[in-house]
Design a protein around this ligand. Structure first.
Ligand code: URA
Length: 205
């Protein structure tokens, strides 16, 4: 079967990361470059921080404990993992799962933008502050989580929904509830993002 244009464009982004030796120090310690997983025609793209141990081993984002919880939240909101697209801002595992540093996020940001330009989702949901801060500079996640924001990205107007990171809720019941509540809003936001008129009613970030 002929590979879709979108998939071959995404493969070029991957090849460029390798050819340009982006974050070569991280690459040297990583097993896989973890580009993303899911439906490349999705209405929503989730963006986490960086792969962890399991993700590095399998070459897929969110397949460890945080991923299990992400799958649960998707399901409880009536969404299927295979229908959404999931990626990270940083695409190599930082050693010992440390937080990604600004230089690493900056190095990968243009490639994330290219992925989004190819997939063209109506809604982007950031998971945690590391990906949120690039879309909504200066925003505080505790104040804006779960609230749709209209942003300009590439040549598009997109709806951005900042969410807490699923890992932050693994051992915190109150956070778990907050995240579940925010996830439950996503299908309605995805529907709203389908018409330009409705998108324009959403406040900017
Ligand atoms: N946490 C992330 O931010 N991304 C993953 O892929 C896994 C855990």
């Amino acid at each position: 079967m002929k590979m879709s244009q979108k998939q071959s464009d995404l493969d070029i982004v991957r090849a460029d990361i390798l050819a340009e030796k982006v974050c070569s120090e991280l690459a040297a310690q990583a097993t896989h470059l973890v580009m993303g997983d899911g439906n490349i025609n999705a209405d929503i793209v989730f963006i986490g921080e960086a792969p962890g141990k399991n993700e590095d081993e399998q070459g897929l984002p969110f397949v460890g404990a945080a991923g299990k919880f992400l799958n649960e939240m998707l399901e409880s909101a009536g969404m299927k993992r295979k229908d959404v697209y999931i990626t990270n801002i940083v695409k190599y595992r930082p050693p010992n799962n440390r937080d990604p540093i600004p230089e690493e996020k900056e190095a990968f940001w243009p490639f994330l933008l290219r992925q989004l330009e190819i997939i063209r989702p109506g809604v982007i949901a950031t998971l945690g502050r590391h990906s949120m801060e690039y879309f909504l500079p200066g925003a505080r996640i505790s104040q804006v989580h779960g609230q749709p924001k209209r942003i300009s990205l590439n040549d598009q107007t997109v709806v951005l929904v900042p969410l807490f990171h699923p890992a932050s809720a693994l051992y915190n019941g109150a956070m778990r509830e907050t995240l579940m509540e925010d996830f439950a809003k996503l299908p309605g936001i995805i529907d709203q993002a389908k018409t330009r008129e409705n998108v324009l009613k959403i406040m900017t970030g």
